[in-house]
Design a protein around this ligand. Structure first.
Ligand code: ATP
Ligand code: MN
Length: 427
């Protein structure tokens, strides 16, 4: 029966291990294999005269990253990392790796990101890369767990839609039998419909944005962690971000200690700070940082992190002109200057946008028109609020963006296994 490597450090005796050859050292009379599996690494040793000749010879012929089975005996050893090593009795070569690997997968690999992404399947052999995605798995799990515990239902929105849900953002088009269709840029309309019937909705879903820009914080396909709640205004839904982000960070600290150490990341459970857009503007003026009329600049987001480290900064009372048409104007006034929209900034980057939505069809029509959009194009959306739609609000956190921010990754592409960007459609 297979033993996982981590369990070898708790016992001695015979084991059967499956894994990858991470490293080989040949000191002529003694040969070492560093074997790795999902649970860790262990030193395995062959000794001339003790190990059978056939196996002893095979060790130096193994290529790195080949998959092997080792039968052997776990022994205490003062020199071995972790105090244990496996005396090799038999090796079975399960899958040979080519001698020349296309990228460097050692711990100190210097292969550049684009090349690594070309061979992502191999890049995923590396502990550091695995650490990122083990943490990402904790993030999405914690998100789901938190909201399920609070009585939210998880729903699955469609990914193929017939029209733009937001206006503005460019969409990828698709052929749908005789009709023209698009890939969803957000689950916006659908989550609103679920909130207006089932009150508390959450989803983790892929979205597509055909933005041509190539930045270190945008992908053309990303996953969003969304919620939408009935009878909720901006303040109520901002509080939901505060609580879930604190829960996620707590879970990552508890469950991913080894991964965080490997990535040299120290995390603290964040505090929350609430600032109006106007207060933020004044604060930036004092610090001589420029800020847009109705949007924050990247510089301003960085400054907020300097001023409030380890804090989720909520910037609310956002100018109406800087938010999508479906965001509720302040006091439900068509021509209000401010809105019920907000952004959440964490570690110097936007992690989420959200707010209270417009649930009043007439107001929605007016807001569409003042954004230069045609209400006719949004008829179905508007009509969905004509049969008993309560006030509601929600937001969206990008999963990869959040991973990038939490782990201080230079490029968002490090936080997605198989990125889709302007230039990349494979693997
Ligand atoms: P940004 O201002 O950072 O470009 P946005 O305001 O266009 O983002 P929203 O529509 O508010 O994005 O999307 C909600 C969240 O989804 C963002 O706060 C971010 O975390 C994430 N997100 C948005 N666009 C992208 C993208 N192109 N790639 C990765 N994550 C994204
Ligand atoms: Mn946004």
């Amino acid at each position: 029966m297979r033993t996982y490597i981590k369990d070898c450090f708790k016992k001695t005796g015979n084991v059967e291990l499956n894994g990858w050859v991470h490293d080989i050292r040949d000191l002529s009379k003694i040969k070492f294999i560093v074997l790795k599996d999902i649970s860790g690494r262990i030193q395995c040793i062959g000794i001339k005269g003790e190990t059978s000749e056939k196996i002893f010879d095979l060790i130096s012929k193994l290529n790195r990253e080949s998959v092997i089975k080792i039968k052997g005996e776990v022994k205490n050893s003062k020199q071995a990392p972790g105090g244990k090593e496996v005396l090799i009795k038999d090796i079975e070569l399960i899958a040979k790796a080519n001698e020349q690997l296309p990228i460097d997968v050692s711990d100190h690999s210097k292969t550049e990101l684009p090349k690594r992404l070309d061979y992502r399947f191999l890049d995923l052999h590396r502990d550091k890369i695995q650490a990122i995605f083990k943490i990402q798995s904790t993030i999405s799990m914690a998100f789901r767990e938190h909201f399920i515990k609070k009585g939210f239902i998880e729903f699955q929105p469609p990914s193929i839609i017939c029209s733009s849900s937001e206006g503005g953002t460019e969409l990828f088009s698709a052929k749908y039998f005789e009709k023209k269709a698009f890939l969803a840029q957000s689950p916006q309309l659908y989550k609103q419909m679920v909130a207006c019937s089932m009150e508390k909705a959450m989803t983790i879903t892929p979205v597509w944005r055909a933005e041509k820009h190539n930045t270190t914080r945008h992908l053309n396909e990303c996953r969003q962690m969304d919620i939408e709640m009935a009878f909720a205004d901006a303040k109520i839904v901002m509080k939901q971000i505060e609580e879930v982000v604190q829960y996620i960070v707590k879970q990552v600290i508890e469950k991913n200690k080894n991964e965080l150490d490997l990535l040299k990341i120290k995390l603290k459970i964040p505090k929350a700070k609430y600032l109006t857009f106007k207060e933020t503007k004044e604060l930036m003026k004092k610090n001589k940082i420029s800020i847009g009329k109705d949007d924050l600049t990247g510089e301003a987001e960085k400054k907020l992190n300097e001023l409030f480290p380890d804090t989720i900064v909520f910037v609310y009372d956002w100018p109406l002109s800087g938010k999508p048409f479906y965001i509720m104007p302040k006091d439900e006034k068509e021509n209000a200057e401010l809105s019920e929209g907000f952004d959440a900034i964490y570690k110097g980057m936007e992690i989420s946008s959200g707010g209270q939505r417009i649930h009043i069809p007439e107001l929605l029509e007016k807001r569409l028109k003042s954004k230069g959009l045609n209400p006719k194009d949004f008829k179905e959306y508007i009509d969905s609020f004509r049969y008993g739609a309560p006030p509601h609000g929600g937001w969206s956190i990008g999963l990869e963006r959040f991973t990038q921010v939490l782990l201080n990754l230079d490029n968002i592409r490090e936080g997605v296994m198989f990125p889709r960007d302007r230039d990349r459609l494979s693997p």
